[in-house]
Ligand binder design. Structure first.
Ligand code: FAD
Ligand code: NAD
Length: 423
């Protein structure tokens, strides 16, 4: 039974992720359909592609179930739930329809050709391509979007598909890991022709990533990233960020330019403007630029009857959810004691004591790492079993049953159907 369920899930996945667009038969007439909305999709679902070469041109790579669109505006339904990728419709079972994600800019009924626009280089120059048709089906709706058709120079394709993550702390590492999974599991299946062009680079100023983990787990993470073709540039500090490139100082102190298509900044925390404003007001007691100074009872130095917990503070603990949660629980117990003391009861308020439960991080390809306190020491583990543990810890730490249900549902959904790559 398990095998049958697994095969069923694979079949659903395979059908939703067809591998390639099949070639046209030169002996058949070509029908060009403009649009990917209700009219076009209804036509595409019924046309027999054994009789014609069928091609769709539309700037929108998904069908949108518009009747439920108002429900999305207030969150009753997720927008992605009413979108269907056009590839699933155009290549369903034996249906063979080619799809061009492009906007048709002109139609010449005499020469029976259409023009499609195509942004072709780094400066945004547009080239036009002409496509002949035997039959044209206009289904462009009443309101056009103006997305550009992507067909850039090789250098521009390389830049656009280069994703750079700055900061090798747990945020940057986990993000690079998730991005890798998305590119590997989904985009490579959808766009096999681009598979070897996707690149991820992680830039870290220090000599290694994840300084808060044991050296064994740092090495394990760096070797897993290497296997996953994520380039890790350590001892490399970003000095300047421009529109399409960053300038970094590399390990040899040379300034090098790195072009990027996507840049994700994950270089740590600093105080919010409100916190800075408060610190400036009581600056004689608030002497650290890194956050509010509090005592062991979470009392803000220099501000009577004010307490602070979590990332807005600067203390000997790392700014983590684990610390913030324990401080929140502790402070609630302080307030409980204060109320009882006011009623005349004899209560003693003890200082906050942090109890470290360990550190966990996801590193991609269904592997996680964990540094866990054990007896009086520490255990470092990494791999697929740790990933199962990572998932179960996060699920059990979620605040509501609703969150748990939705997250487990999302994990299952992406396993069976793949991640949603439509806009
Ligand atoms: P937050 O959770 O950031 O909450 C601050 C709240 O204040 C927000 O609701 C915000 O809207 C509100 N706010 C902001 N400005 C104002 C204002 N002017 N007025 C009123 N309200 C305002 N930690 C872990 O322990 N384990 C992990 O696995 C982990 N993973 C992480 C992954 C990522 C990607 C990130 C970014 C962080 C992660 N952390 C993790 C760290 C953790 O999220 C933080 O330490 C934690 O959120 C701190 O809690 P907090 O209540 O202090 O602040
Ligand atoms: P971080 O401060 O831990 O890491 C930021 C990294 O960016 C540092 O290693 C720093 O050297 C690097 N950096 C800074 N400027 C740079 C530059 N110009 N060029 C290159 N590198 C640069 O920040 P974070 O990863 O966002 O984590 C913030 C907090 O949240 C930490 O306390 C962390 O423990 C916690 N967190 C925990 C988890 C987890 O437990 N899984 C996940 C995410 C965050």
């Amino acid at each position: 039974t398990v095998g049958a369920v697994g095969y069923g899930a694979y079949e659903i996945h395979r059908k939703r992720h067809p591998h390639e667009q099949k070639p046209f038969d030169p002996t058949k007439r070509t029908v060009v359909v403009l649009g990917s909305g209700w009219g076009a999709v209804s036509f595409l679902k019924s046309i027999n592609t054994d009789d014609y070469n069928v091609m769709v041109v539309s700037p929108r790579n998904y069908f949108l179930f518009t009747p439920l669109l108002p429900s999305c505006t207030v969150g009753t339904i997720e927008l992605r739930s009413i979108m269907e990728p056009i590839r699933f419709i155009t290549q369903h079972k034996s249906r063979n329809v080619r799809f061009y994600e492009s906007e048709c800019t002109d139609i010449d009924p005499e020469s029976k050709t259409i023009s499609i626009s195509d942004v072709s280089d780094i400066k945004g120059a547009v080239t036009n391509t002409t496509i002949p048709y035997d039959y044209l089906v206009m289904a462009v709706g009443a309101d056009n979007q103006t997305f550009g058709f992507k067909s850039q120079t090789p250098e521009e394709v390389d830049r656009l598909l280069h994703m750079v993550v700055v900061g090798g702390g747990p945020t940057g590492v986990e993000y690079a890991a998730e991005l890798h999974d998305f590119l590997k599991d989904d985009l490579e299946v959808w766009y096999p022709e681009l598979a070897d062009k996707f690149r991820i680079t992680l830039v870290e100023a220090l000599p290694n990533v994840l300084p808060m983990f044991s050296s064994q787990l740092i090495q394990y993470t760096e070797s897993t990233f290497k296997q996953n073709k994520i380039e890790v540039l350590t001892k490399t500090m970003v000095k300047e960020v421009a529109d399409k490139e960053i300038k970094v100082m590399d390990a040899n102190k040379n300034i090098v330019s790195i072009p990027y298509g996507l840049l994700v900044w994950a270089t740590g925390n600093c105080p919010r403007p409100l916190t800075r404003k408060l610190m400036a007001r009581i600056k004689d007691k608030q002497t650290s630029p890194r956050g509010l100074l509090v005592d062991d009872y979470m009392r803000v130095a220099g501000a009577p009857d004010m307490y602070a917990i979590g990332d807005c503070t600067f203390s000997k603990y790392a700014p983590t959810a684990q610390v913030a949660t324990q401080q929140g629980l502790y402070l609630a117990s302080v307030f409980e004691s204060l109320a009882r003391i006011e009623e005349g009861q004899n209560k003693k308020i003890t200082p906050f004591e942090y109890s470290h439960q360990g550190s966990l991080a996801y590193i991609g390809s269904d592997k996680a790492i964990a540094d866990l306190p054990f007896l009086n020491g520490n255990v470092s583990v990494g791999g697929v079993a740790t990933y199962v543990f990572w998932r179960s810890v996060y699920i059990s730490n979620m605040f509501s049953f609703r969150n748990r249900f939705l997250v487990v549902g999302d994990w299952m959904k992406s396993k069976v159907f793949g991640r949603d790559v439509s806009r």
